[in-house]
Design a binder for this molecule. Structure first.
Ligand code: ADP
Ligand code: MG
Length: 393
């Protein structure tokens, strides 16, 4: 049998944040702020090629219970770690001074202060249903929930359009993790029943109707539980390869190669591996655009083949899949999914499958059975609908 991604019997996440706050600080929180995880429906390794992505927010959330604290001091506790972490403005102002998980919190304080905002001292308690390190962006969830709490507590004048960039800076420049703008955009700007079409060059966003429920559909998310093998080095290699190819082709980024010119572009590249890398990126951008067009036309079920084609492209051309995710995709398709693909940077992480609502359990079981047959650790599974972004509760 499959196991749930979210631990059962842990109680409501908002209640856990409140209880943690009371226990830690002996008072009531002034409020609670919640931010979701996210999953990318389609558009993989297109972000750093200035292309398109289409993530949506998940119904799993990270909740921050918070109250004002002494000026220039922040104390933060997370249920992931017994020990609270306390830091002052000096530490927040120097990227790297606060390390470990609390760096995601200090990074937000830093980014807000660096933007010239008067961040209030605060006490925070954090609980989360977003699995950590599975590729569902628990990092953007914690950053965004903390950002919302600090903005509200301080009455800061900061329009939400600016939030994704600040949360991203916290992760890039304070934590030191080089990520694009997708995660924070989805987590902050997500709208229930919609996916977020994001142009990574212009950072323009558009809400695309993605009402799975109305279509009798759901997305099954499978945590592949594959051990991450060489993911960082491989990611850097793919990125370099794309940048070199763009330079050879005389374009700013691979996004500038139109699908119609793909064959001509490939003919100008002299090694086979680079040709495959470029073909993935150019066709993947096109698949995002095609997916958006189908969703705009209300043809939700018809996006299935695009998801499956995206997986094949990641497997054969970009070479970023591993046996666990290939097994999950194949098993899901055999069991009746309309489409399935690995989502995220690769070498593990999650798979998503578009399924009829009433087939979700069957597909989940088929994936678990295929895993058992291959001797893989049991996958986590979760059925989701697109949810809303960060909120004050
Ligand atoms: P992902 O975003 O895919 O879950 P990342 O490696 O980007 O994985 O981010 C995970 C890190 O974010 C954790 O190792 C931890 O440092 C931090 N983090 C996320 N959620 C929490 C939380 N609820 N409490 C404490 N730290 C968290
Ligand atoms: Mg992350």
């Amino acid at each position: 049998m499959s196991t749930a991604i979210v631990g059962e019997g842990r109680g409501d996440v908002a209640d856990r944040a409140t209880a943690g706050f009371r226990q830690r600080y002996g008072t009531e929180p002034a409020g609670r702020w919640a931010a979701p995880g996210r999953v990318n429906l389609i558009g993989e390794h297109t972000d750093y090629n200035d292309g398109f992505v289409l993530p949506f927010a998940l119904p799993l959330r990270t909740v921050v219970a918070a109250a004002p604290g002494p000026d220039g001091r922040w104390t933060v506790w997370s249920e992931l770690d017994d020990e609270p972490v306390e830091f002052g403005a000096e530490a927040a102002d120097e990227p790297g001074r606060v390390d470990g998980w609390a760096a995601y919190v200090a990074g937000v304080v830093w980014a807000l202060r660096a933007a010239g905002l008067d961040v209030p001292g605060a006490r925070l308690a954090i609980a989360s249903d977003v699995p950590v390190g599975s590729g569902l962006s628990s990092s953007a969830a914690i950053e965004s929930a903390v950002l919302a709490a600090l903005v509200d507590l301080g009455g800061l004048d900061l329009p939400t359009e600016r939030w994704p960039r600040l949360a991203q800076r916290a992760e890039n420049d304070y934590v030191g993790a080089p990520t694009g703008i997708m995660d924070q955009s989805a987590v902050i700007r997500g709208v229930q029943g919609h996916a977020l079409f994001l142009d990574c060059r212009t950072e323009e966003v558009e809400q695309i109707p993605f009402d799975l429920d109305a279509a009798g559909l759901a997305v099954l998310v499978v945590d592949s539980r594959a051990p991450h093998r060489h993911a960082d080095g491989e990611y850097a290699a793919r990125r370099r390869s794309c940048e070199r190819a763009a330079a050879t082709l005389g374009v700013a980024a691979l996004r500038d190669v139109p699908t119609a010119d793909l064959d001509a572009a490939l003919a100008r590249l002299d090694d086979e591996e680079t040709r495959r890398r470029v073909r993935h990126v150019v066709t993947e951008d096109q698949r995002v655009l095609d997916t958006v067009a189908l969703l705009r036309a209300g043809r939700v079920r018809d996006i299935g083949p695009l998801l499956t084609a995206s997986h094949a492209s990641m497997r054969d051309d970009f070479e970023i899949t591993v046996p666990e995710v290939d097994t999950a995709v194949e098993a899901a398709l055999t069991a009746g999914a309309h489409g399935a693909r690995m989502t995220g940077g690769g070498f593990g992480g999650c798979v998503l499958a578009l399924v009829d609502v009433d087939a979700a359990d069957t597909v989940a079981r088929a994936v678990a059975d295929a895993y058992a047959e291959r001797g893989f650790a049991a996958p986590g599974t979760l059925t989701v609908q697109p949810a809303g972004g960060v909120t004050r509760m």
